[in-house]
Write a protein of this length. Structure first.
Length: 73
C-alpha cells in the first residue's frame, strides 16, 4: 500500500544487502527503518541499516502501491 508498510525478512539467506534486495522498487521508497531506528534514505543515498537480517521486521514508506514484489527473489 502507499504510505507505511511492515515487511519481514524471512528469506533462506541469513542476511542480504538492503540496496540489492530493494533495488527493484527503489524508485518508490521514501524511507526504510529497522527496529533500532536506523534508516535507509535512497534520495540522500544514505544506508544506515546495511543488511537485512532474518527474522527481523522493517518499516517501509513508499509513494505508490507495489504489486507482486518478493524480497527473497
Amino acid at each position: 500500500e502507499e504510505g507505511w508498510n511492515l515487511i519481514g525478512y524471512s528469506c533462506s539467506e541469513p542476511s542480504g544487502d538492503l540496496i540489492d534486495l530493494l533495488n527493484e522498487i527503489i524508485d518508490v521508497i521514501i524511507i526504510v527503518k529497522n527496529n533500532d531506528g536506523s534508516v535507509y534514505l535512497p534520495e540522500w543515498n544514505f544506508n544506515g541499516i546495511g543488511t537485512l537480517h532474518g527474522g527481523y521486521g522493517y518499516q517501509l514508506k513508499i509513494t505508490n502501491p507495489i504489486e507482486s514484489f518478493n524480497i527473497c527473489e
